[in-house]
Design a binder for this molecule. Structure first.
Ligand code: ZN
Length: 163
C-alpha cells in the first residue's frame, strides 16, 4: 500500500466531475470551479456515483455510467398533471420548458412546464434528469477523514467552515 486513503464510509472525498447525457451534451461540470466535496457513505451524492468511487483514492479517474435507477429515478408518466392557469399570477409569463416551484407539506417542489393552453398549465414533477443515463468523467483529488462535527452533521464542511 502507498498509504493513500481510500473513499469509504465517513471519509471526505473531493473530486472533479463532468456529467454528459447519452448524446454527449455536457449537463454539468465542476471543471473551472471548486471541486465537489462530500461525506462518503451518507447518501449525499447519487447512489450510482458513490458506489463507483467506493474504495478508490486520490488520482483515480474513470468514466462511470449511472443508470436511472441509481441516479434520479425512472421517468414516471403519472407525475404529469394539469393545473388551472389561475393558480399562477396573471401577470406571470408561463413558458414551456421553464421551472416553477410549488409549496407542499414536505417543502418546495420543482416542476417543469410541459405545455400551456387556454385552460391550464401542464406540469411535470419528474426530476429533469429522471429516466436518463448519467455519464460521469470523474477524477478524485483528495480523500481525508471527516471531522467529528462533519460526522455528527452528516455532511462536509468545506474549508473547515463551521456552523
Ligand atoms: Zn454541518
Amino acid at each position: 500500500t502507498d498509504g493513500l486513503m481510500k473513499a469509504e464510509k465517513d471519509k471526505i472525498v473531493s473530486l472533479h466531475y463532468t456529467l454528459t447525457d447519452d448524446g454527449g451534451v455536457t449537463l454539468d461540470s465542476s471543471r473551472g470551479r471548486e471541486p465537489l466535496s462530500y461525506l462518503h457513505g451518507h447518501g449525499n451524492i447519487i447512489r450510482g456515483l458513490e458506489a463507483a468511487l467506493e474504495g478508490n483514492e486520490a488520482g483515480f479517474s474513470s468514466s462511470v455510467q449511472v443508470v436511472p435507477a441509481d441516479g434520479y429515478g425512472e421517468y414516471n408518466p403519472q407525475a404529469v398533471f394539469e393545473v388551472p392557469r389561475e393558480q399562477f399570477p396573471p401577470n406571470e409569463t408561463i413558458q414551456v420548458g421553464m421551472q416553477v416551484q410549488g409549496e407542499s407539506p414536505d417543502g418546495v417542489l420543482n416542476f417543469t412546464v410541459l405545455a400551456v393552453n387556454e385552460k391550464g398549465v401542464v406540469l411535470d414533477a419528474n426530476h429533469p434528469m429522471a429516466g436518463k443515463n448519467l455519464n460521469f468523467e470523474v477524477e478524485v483529488l483528495d480523500v481525508r477523514d471527516a471531522t467529528a462535527q462533519e460526522l455528527s452533521h452528516g455532511h462536509v464542511h468545506p474549508h473547515g467552515h463551521d456552523h
